[in-house]
Write a protein that binds this ligand. Structure first.
Ligand code: SF4
Length: 254
């Protein structure tokens, strides 16, 4: 084992955590931190931990034990809430894939959300679930503030591929970035991917994030300005015939 492996690998004691939004949902984060590096990510301000990506190398074993104990009975398992389950480390560690296999054995209801076309690698497993959905976060046509995630065009093409495979899909339009998200063309491109539903969420600027948002815009926003931008995004969903769901079915990853 090399020094870089030691820095990238950790172990976990639990796999499934309760969602703060619903008592019928659980979250599963196979990685700590995230390599996508989105400027608006508020995970470090919520978890108070570094976003340096690390693999929870024992998570599939821990998950198997928890599933056997009945922890996920009649609950939705969301991958993920404070990381991207298909971030760059997943190519090597395949922890999300291994967790999906455990969840499939249990016949769990699973909701995956990502910004990476790597999810296509696991279509062979995803297609075997009775209750499964895959969503993509999309915030603009050229999201320079998501430096290491797949380009939006690739996300849209991946959604189309998933649809062709008969997989239920959704788009999480969020956080709504004033100006960058509010473009007719973006909503038209999302419509072409034919997601089963879309969710809109506003930009949430946690304490400590102000400077990052200022790097993008050179100014501050009030909560009411951010809510107004999200409302405009909802109007654009309606104008483009998207099936807008007011509340996410589960807590999305950030
Ligand atoms: S917003 Fe999501 S994809 Fe981006 S860095 Fe945070 S956890 Fe990763």
């Amino acid at each position: 084992m090399s020094l870089s492996d030691i820095n990238r690998e950790i172990t976990c004691r639990s796999a499934l955590s309760s969602s703060s939004l619903s008592d019928t949902e659980l979250s599963l984060n196979p990685y700590a931190g995230c390599g996508h590096g989105c400027y608006y990510c508020y995970a470090p301000y919520v978890t108070h931990r570094s976003m340096n990506p690390r693999a929870k190398v024992n998570i599939a074993d821990v998950l198997r034990r928890e599933l056997k104990s009945g922890k996920a009975y009649h609950k939705t398992v969301a991958l993920s809430t404070v990381t991207d389950p298909y971030q760059p480390l997943e190519r090597e560690y395949k922890l999300t894939r291994r967790c999906l296999i455990e969840l499939l054995n249990y016949n769990a209801y699973v909701s995956v959300q990502t910004k990476s076309s790597l999810v296509l690698r696991d279509v062979d497993i995803i297609k075997r679930f009775e209750r499964m959905e895959v969503g993509f976060t999309i915030t603009s046509l050229e999201p320079f503030y998501e430096p290491h995630a797949d380009p939006t065009e690739k996300r849209i093409e991946t959604l189309k591929e998933l649809k062709k495979e008969g997989i239920r899909t959704f788009v999480f339009i969020g956080p709504v970035m004033p100006e960058f998200t509010l473009q007719d063309e973006l909503f038209e491109r999302i419509r072409e991917a034919e997601p089963d539903y879309v969710v809109v969420d506003r930009l949430r600027i946690k304490k400590g994030m102000e400077e990052k948002i200022k790097e993008i815009y050179g100014k501050d926003f009030s909560a009411s300005e951010l809510e107004a931008a999200a409302e405009r995004a909802r109007d654009l969903c309606a104008a483009h015939g998207l099936n807008l769901v007011r509340q996410p079915l589960w807590k999305p990853h950030l």
